[in-house]
Design a protein. Structure first.
Length: 576
């Protein structure tokens, strides 16, 4: 609710305009009825006044035209406010997401992120463009109708209002009951959303494993559970909702006997009776729209709470230093890190000197990727400091650190855009010639020229028109264009055949020239290209130096090589 109110303040004038126009239009809806009453009075008079009757006709026409104008103006204001606010909020949320640590993002989960960014924010269109003006005009219509009735004949006015307290009591009880069910309802919806996202992502795996894939089962369970919750909710709420609707339409049942008695007593004339009954029939019915708005508001409030909890998540703290450090030695000093409660790095102290190429090796799960991610500040260490040229990387704004550190990771994400723009991501101001030059250096130029529109070919979502090795070379081109002094490579040859691997290594050699490079070497063959090796085991650095000295002094390293040699011997034996 506070988020909704603060949003309303941002476009207060437009919303006020929409509200005033809606209220005016609702009041003008009464004009034809008043004109009808004036006509009836004249028609039932012994000598009807023709001028007064003509005036009543003109009053109706004028009222209708003005009402149409007000409705158009109100609609324009409310839609302008709604789309403005959606734009502002979506941009604010996207910017905030960009500044959140990866940990927070993965905790939120992609299903919930999609729901908040897309569905939840979209609900604001319904609130500001439709529900809010509609509620104001509905409330005004009922209020104005009752005020007119009270002014014309207070007895019939009170009779028209009589069912309202009972109807609102029923609805209040229904709301209170619905409130207790909402949390479960939204949990089920969240589970279904997460299952949908998982299935979309896992389509290749599902195809491979057929219908037995866990994802499909989970989606089926989540959907069944959600529809059962909605069905139970609707069934249980139906009687109270029907009672409320019937009560709101029940004004006439009270007005007819009250009016009949007044007519019989001679204290009410027939024209006034007719007018009051006509107005009273539907005077409370607009409140139905107000109540519908109330139920939808509950949904929107929950959506805004979800959005609020994301916007309240603390972003990565950023420094203000924008000048680059004097050198690009990267050092970890007593760095420890846990994913939630699971310790992954313990007291890591290691230096990657300027201009050297270091291979990071260790068993799977040793913490190599995590160490690299910390250098790019995807996460913040629990303890210790990471320095670049002696400066704590936390002292740089993320945008500056981004220009200093380039990453080439195993999974390369390509945007649904041209190849040119995908490479240009590394340096948005780069010219086409610059892009072609780095693509040549990354050994990917010929592949790009073979695509239907060359550099202007649009690559499909998640880069499915390029192979794994090609995507990696494109990622290297990006990093080359970025021209960052520190480069982190996560086993960039994982997808490659021997020829492609050679092409990639040539590309990497160009990328590494004169820079501080860390290669996460999942395959020990990558070590040939490194100046030195850092060995990790169970989240600690257990050795560093040159290959030969490590082979002699570091048991973990010696075991890794022994395993590699044995695998190669077995492979050679199998081929023979
Ligand atoms: N996002 C995450 N959330 C929770 N735990 C994680 C996350 N990423 C990695 N881990 C865990 O942290 C540990 C270290 O993982 P990391 O990826 O850093 O190891 P690695 O040495 O790079 O492994 P590999 O060579 O297999 O890629 C592993 O036990 C892994 O399960």
């Amino acid at each position: 609710m506070p988020l909704l109110l603060s949003l309303m303040r941002e476009r207060a004038w437009l919303l006020a305009g929409a509200g005033i126009a809606g209220a005016g239009a609702a009041m003008l809806a009464l004009v034809p009825l008043v004109a009808l009453w004036l006509l009836a009075v004249e028609l039932l008079a012994p000598v009807p006044d023709r001028d007064a009757m003509l005036w009543a006709v003109w009053l109706t026409v004028g009222g209708l035209v003005l009402r149409w104008l007000l409705m158009a103006a109100g609609g324009a204001c409310s839609h302008a406010a709604a789309f403005d606010l959606i734009f502002v909020l979506r941009l604010k949320t996207a910017r905030h997401l960009g500044r959140l640590p990866l940990g927070t993002l993965s905790r939120i989960g992609s299903g919930d992120l999609k729901r908040v960014l897309h569905d939840d924010i979209d609900r604001l269109e319904m609130v500001f463009a439709h529900m809010l003006p509609d509620m104001i005009s509905a409330l005004t219509a009922t209020l104005a109708g009752i005020v007119v009735l009270l002014a014309v004949d207070w007895r019939l006015g009170l009779a028209a209002m009589a069912p309202i307290p009972l109807a609102l009591t029923v609805q209040g009880l229904l709301w209170r009951w619905a409130g207790t069910k909402m949390a479960g309802f939204h949990d089920d919806l969240g589970r279904m959303n997460a299952a949908i996202v998982e299935v979309i992502r896992a389509i290749p795996v599902i195809k491979t494993f057929g219908r037995n894939a866990v994802s499909l089962g989970r989606l089926q369970d989540a959907t069944t559970r959600y529809s059962a919750t909605v069905a139970d909710f609707t069934r249980a709420a139906m009687p109270a909702w029907i009672a409320f609707t019937v009560l709101l339409g029940g004004s006439l049942a009270v007005m007819l006997p009250v009016g009949g008695m007044a007519l019989a007593a001679g204290t009410l004339d027939p024209a006034t009776f007719l007018f009051c009954v006509t107005l009273g029939v539907g005077v409370c019915l607009p409140l139905l729209r107000v109540v519908t708005f109330g139920s939808s508001l509950q949904v929107v409030t929950t959506a805004m709470q979800r959005l609020g909890s994301i916007l309240d998540a603390p972003p990565l703290p950023e420094g203000t230093r924008t000048e680059p450090p004097s050198d690009t030695t990267l050092s970890f000093e007593g760095v420890s890190f846990s994913y939630d409660d699971k310790p992954v790095l313990t007291d890591v102290t290691v230096t990657f000197p300027q201009g050297t190429h270091t291979a990071l090796v260790g068993r799977s799960g040793a913490g190599k990727t995590t160490l690299a991610h910390l250098a790019a500040r995807f996460w913040v260490p629990d303890r210790g400091t990471i320095r670049l040229g002696g400066v704590d990387i936390a002292d740089f704004p993320l945008a500056t650190l981004n220009t200093l550190v380039a990453c080439v990771f195993q999974e390369v994400f390509l945007f649904h855009d041209t190849v040119l723009e995908n490479i240009r991501l590394g340096h948005p101001q780069a010219t086409r010639e610059d892009v072609i030059a780095v693509a040549r250096a990354a050994q990917i130029h010929d592949v790009i020229m073979g695509l239907p529109d060359g550099y202007d070919t649009v690559v499909a979502e998640r880069g499915h028109t390029l192979s794994g090795g090609q995507r990696q070379r494109l990622s290297i081109a990006r990093a080359l264009l970025k021209d960052a002094p520190v480069v982190i490579l996560d086993e960039a040859t994982a997808f490659a055949d021997p020829l492609t691997e050679r092409a990639i290594h040539e590309a990497i050699a160009r990328l590494c020239r004169g820079r501080t490079v860390i290669t996460i070497a999942h395959r020990l063959s990558t070590l040939r290209h490194a100046d030195r090796v850092v060995v990790m085991d169970a989240g600690r650095v257990v050795g560093e130096g040159e290959h030969s000295s490590l082979l002699r002094d570091c048991a973990v390293y010696a075991r890794l090589w022994e395993a590699k040699d044995q695998t190669e011997r077995e492979a050679a034996h199998a081929v023979r």
